[in-house]
Design a protein around this ligand. Sequence first.
Ligand SMILES: C[C@H](O)[C@H](O)[C@@H](O)[C@@H](O)C(=O)O
Ligand SMILES: [Mg+2]
Length: 400
Amino acid sequence: MSLPKIKTVRAYFAGGATADKAAAGGDYHDQGANHWIDDHVATPMSKYKQYEQSRQSFGINVLGTLIVEVEADNGQTGFAITTGGEMGCFIVEKHLNRFLEGRCVSDIKLIHDQMMNATMYYAGSGGLVMNTISCVDLALWDLFGKVTDLPVYKLLGGAVRDELQFYATGARPDLAQKMGFIGGKMAVQWGPHDGDEGIRKEVARIAHYRETCGADFWLMLDCWMSQDVNFATKLAHACAPYNVKWLEECLPPQQFEGYAQLKQQAPHGMLITSGEHHGTLQSFRTLAETGIDILQPDVGWCGGLTTLVEVAALAKSRGQLVVPHGSSVYSHHAVITFTNSPFSEFLMTSPDCSTLRPQFDPLLINEPVPVKGRIHKSVLDKPGFGVELNRDGLKRPYQH
Ligand SMILES: C[C@H](O)[C@H](O)[C@@H](O)[C@@H](O)C(=O)O
Ligand SMILES: [Mg+2]
């Protein structure tokens, strides 16, 4: 089978700080008002009163969505979306384009290595540049699937289970249970600056939903980098009587020693997890060596599918789980091929968690959502990642 070459790459953005209204999409924190995802969620900024109520007030949604589209010389295209916006467009069109154009559509790993090494002098181990590389990598996998007429999960070696099962992240574990999810993860709302009263408030909420959802429904807390080891340890032990399954991302990404200490100090049986704001395989090796239980890379932020596959193998070698941070189809096609990913995350993007809105709505056409908390592998049986791009309102700020 002779494969086409990559003719060109284009980068668009939607939403972000220059937009006149919330655009959601890949930057799913870019929601309108009165949304659970922006309601007093604890963050590293919460100690500043003016930024305590709303993450959008400190700029969680300034980047907006980056869309990367790669076109082969036979006219076929692949695309992907992530958090990155206009600045990501610059990196794609003025730097990364040179590693794609003229290459065979199957040269994904070579292009990935060149993008990682060529940006090392300004990328660090995560953030905007890693998001941008991830988006290009995902677009290349989508194009490869379109050209070979295969879903990405089959390019990776095929499914190891017939369906994906999901827990739901949102403000209403009770509604998630009714929708068939296996668990509910809530964002913590109080942090170290709230002291013991903050812990009491979190525990009261957990106690309420334990009572409402019964003994076995998974309940988790997502701490979004907002804590220190002492607060996280006290919160973990205060929640233990209510069978909280895991505490997530308690500390800033680079506090590896803190994660190792927290894992040692956590109650027996309670899992400690992190990873969504980590990037590069090397960072995940260091994170894995802390001994935490579940690595949670975001495939649109960690270095792309090429990096996620490497992280999953690393974790598997250590008996650790990989449960990617919710990234819709970009996670689904990977998770269904990983033996150490027994479940997935579905992130509720409806304002009150009462309906199943696709995570990257409105940017992906035909984006699947779980039915009764599950997605069967047959749903993924379309070329590439199986979704099409809603081009309404996209802007292309740079050319090359
Ligand atoms: C709910 C959390 O605060 C974040 O908004 C969410 O994106 C992420 O941490 C998650 O695990 O879903
Ligand atoms: Mg999280």
